[in-house]
Design a protein around this ligand. Structure first.
Ligand SMILES: Nc1ncnc2c1ncn2[C@@H]1O[C@H](COP(=O)(O)OP(=O)(O)OP(=O)(O)O)[C@@H](O)[C@H]1O
Ligand SMILES: [Mg+2]
Length: 299
């Protein structure tokens, strides 16, 4: 058994400095118990990719990552033939005149480059690997349909070699930033979870795990400010990743507490669009800081 209870999931992920709320830990627990893929959708920088790494490390499994992009096709997700090596072998065979069995050899395991989906079907030390299919919304529908098939029977077919089936199915985690809707048929196979921005208490916990050098006081101010900032109508709201980055920047500058000046000097760590930065400079930053501090008052 991989995880014995939901509490166990939270504790083991916590040891990897990953703070999962109860709902997310429940999904992870059930997915592992029922052998179902996890489908995580949510805002950028909220820990979707990171949880796959944390689960792999917590279980001592290998992490295999398929980074999706526009134009990704089944062939490059599964395998490729090592064309350059095949050419060299052909030249060598031509030179020596030894061409017997050349074709079979050229399309054999020695010339096969295994891509993530094929790697994930192979037995790995420590047990079935964790297969992270990251940012699936960047691919197109034919690739989704292909994935659906690969994930339903955990096998892939290479015409020259035959079908390769996973002896033990990998632990599959799919993520999406929801730049488009992923097909229902694929979602139906998975346990779905929307990863939201954490609340104040959880974000403080994440910051304590990821930037433990920050004082309690500075951390509380940072989190209160970022939480308040997310209520603004911004082009791109800061994720947890930005909160952590910002804390590290402030520490590097020996900042002990926030001030409008410090905020405007370091805005580039939390906001990545000039329009958002321009809005926050000057009076607006002070107003948001004052409101964030008020929310901290009865600490
Ligand atoms: N719950 C969490 N516990 C600990 N660290 C977290 C958590 N959520 C986010 N982080 C931190 O934020 C960083 C960014 O997270 P991650 O890359 O997983 O986000 P993402 O949701 O995959 O974003 P994107 O959609 O942009 O790919 C991680 O490196 C990690 O340090
Ligand atoms: Mg990610």
């Amino acid at each position: 058994m991989v995880f014995s209870s939901i509490d166990d999931v939270q504790a083991l992920l916590g040891q990897q400095s990953y703070i999962a709320d109860r709902a997310l830990a429940t999904v992870a627990f059930l997915a592992l118990r029922l052998n179902r893929p996890i489908f995580l959708e949510g805002e950028p920088g909220t820990g979707k990719t990171e949880i796959a790494k944390a689960i792999a490390t917590a279980l001592g499994r290998r992490l295999i990552r398929l980074q999706c992009y526009e134009g990704l096709d089944a062939a490059s997700a599964v395998y490729e033939w090592n064309f350059a090596a095949q050419m060299i072998a052909i030249r060598a065979a031509e030179a020596t005149g030894d061409k017997a069995d050349l074709r079979a050899e050229l399309f054999g395991p020695d010339y096969l480059i295994e891509r993530p989906l094929l790697q994930a079907m192979r037995p790995q030390p420590g047990g079935a690997p964790v297969l992270l299919i990251d940012e699936i919304d960047r691919t197109d529908e034919p690739f989704e349909a292909f994935l659906l098939e690969a994930l339903s029977d955990f096998q892939v077919t290479i015409p020259e070699l035959g079908t390769i089936r996973a002896a033990e199915p990998p632990i599959v985690i799919l993520t999406s930033n929801r730049t488009r809707e992923v097909h229902d048929a694929l979602k139906r196979r998975c346990l779905y979870h929307w990863v939201d921005y954490p609340n104040f208490a959880r974000e403080l916990e994440i910051l304590a795990a990821r930037a433990p050098e920050a004082s309690e006081r500075l951390s509380r101010e940072i989190v209160a400010f970022v939480q308040r900032l997310r209520m603004e109508d911004l082009f791109k709201k800061p994720g947890v990743a930005e909160t952590i980055d910002w804390a590290k920047c402030l520490l590097a500058l020996d900042v002990l507490e926030l001030s409008p000046e410090v905020i405007s000097d370091t805005l580039g760590a939390i906001l990545k669009y000039q329009d958002d930065i321009a809005r926050l400079q000057g009076l607006e930053a002070k107003k948001i800081l004052d409101e964030a501090r008020q929310s901290l008052e009865p600490a």
